[in-house]
Design a protein around this ligand. Structure first.
Ligand SMILES: Nc1nc2c(ncn2[C@@H]2O[C@H](COP(=O)(O)OP(=O)(O)OP(=O)(O)O)[C@@H](O)[C@H]2O)c(=O)[nH]1
Length: 380
């Protein structure tokens, strides 16, 4: 697992266009029907679909952001060979080192189901997006957030979330929660490896009720597993979840802003239209001249390290909630900065129950089948 750079798209090297072999199939078989029964090859489509109009702009977020002036708190390596010039139109570089990340603010979020979590907002030196860490429990703390900033007051620290315990009216110290007499961060008190979920943004599945994918269910399920003690698990929870020793130890969802497997919402919506025209989720990306998966995970690895979940502070590793084996390798980082001790499957309810429960749509089964056959996902 150590060999794959954390920044690599797990399935394909970054590319701006389909492989020649994929394009050959399209041009040579223009008259062929666009059926997807075998699921092995991009179906033939009229040449008109391959017009330059389909060439997307640079993958959203896939640019190096060297304009860090808004905070000036990221001390990224000036010696690195990153140039400020034409990088903005290129795909992300396969860096040998993890990007630098900084948690700039954290806040307590009481959730609608009664559980509480702490939302951590990160900046970084790779892109200009606000990536998030959703932390459950009191055992996981950000080192960069806790670090003392020159000249800051106690009120400054509390406003940016660098406090222990809970805020309450009249509190004056970020270090001492006088209502709890807690003086130290509770980091490193955990008894077993934390649960971790690396989640990529999906507006359609998480906010717009889309039943094309399982993203919304996965986000909810990850939060549920991290927030409640084992006895509160639903009776139909998968066996793997039932066998987890504890769910109340907390965990972290790294929420990466790489919508649509990294191609952005606009391009994903085009991909949906191509899916309605007969392509599967992988073929649609390729027809739009995107990689099947344009994501990278270096930021997630760096955020986990900052949260004390890396190998340096947490040699027992983490338990990663995923069905995607490539994600396991990628998240460990170029030098195994994070150890994945265990992969915990996230089998969608609809798949487990043969469509009786969970997401109801004619699209979801094909979507999951394609993830198994073309992206190596493990749903068994
Ligand atoms: N391009 C594209 N992206 C999609 C589509 N459906 C979902 N996504 C995106 O896929 C990402 C989620 O990826 P998944 O493949 O479900 O999950 P994964 O993260 O690889 O694997 P798991 O950890 O097992 O969930 C999100 O960014 C979604 O927006 C689609 O049809 N096309």
């Amino acid at each position: 697992m150590a060999n794959l750079p954390a920044h690599a798209s797990p399935k394909l090297a970054p590319q701006q266009a389909p492989l020649p072999s994929q394009l050959d199939g399209l041009h040579d078989n223009a008259s062929q029907e666009s059926g997807t029964a075998t699921g092995q090859q991009t179906p033939a489509l009229p040449d008109s679909l391959l017009s330059p109009a389909f060439t997307p702009p640079a993958t959203p977020g896939g640019t190096l952001n060297l304009d860090l002036n808004p905070t000036q708190i990221l001390h990224y390596n000036q010696g690195a060979s990153l140039q400020k010039s034409a990088e903005h139109t290129k795909a992300p570089k396969l860096l040998q080192q993890l990007p630098q990340v900084e948690c700039v603010v954290r806040a307590r979020i009481p959730t609608t189901n009664g559980a509480e979590m702490f939302l951590h907002l990160y900046l970084n030196d790779l892109d200009n997006k606000e990536h998030l860490a959703i932390v459950f429990g009191n055992n996981i703390r950000s080192r960069s957030l806790d670090r003392v900033r020159p000249g800051e007051t106690e009120m400054d620290r509390m406003i940016r979330g660098a406090y222990v315990g809970k805020l309450h009216p009249g509190r004056t110290s970020s270090w001492i929660d006088d209502e709890k007499a807690e003086t130290q961060p509770t980091a490193n008190r955990r008894v077993e490896p934390p649960l971790v979920r690396i989640h990529s943004e999906c507006y359609t599945g998480e906010t717009a009720w889309s039943a094309r994918c399982d993203c919304g269910e996965q986000l909810d399920e990850a939060a549920r597993l991290m927030s409640f003690p084992v006895e509160d698990l639903a009776s139909d929870a998968p066996a793997e979840a039932q066998s987890l020793k504890s769910h109340s130890a907390g965990g972290v969802i790294i929420y990466l802003r790489q919508e649509g497997r990294g191609i952005g919402l606009g391009e994903k919506l085009k991909a949906y239209n191509l899916q309605d025209l007969g392509s599967d989720t992988v073929e649609a990306n390729l027809l739009l001249r995107h990689p099947a998966d344009a994501r990278s995970y270096g930021l997630a690895t760096a955020m986990l390290q900052d949260l004390g979940c890396g190998a340096d502070a947490n040699p027992d590793g983490v338990r990663l909630l995923t069905n995607n084996p490539d994600k396991v390798r990628a998240i460990e980082g170029p030098n195994r900065e994070v150890l994945v001790k265990e992969r915990v499957p996230m089998i969608p309810l609809a798949w487990r129950t043969g469509g009786e429960r969970g997401i109801k749509s004619s699209e979801i089964e094909g979507y999951l089948r394609t993830k198994i056959s073309k992206m190596g996902h493990m749903l068994q």
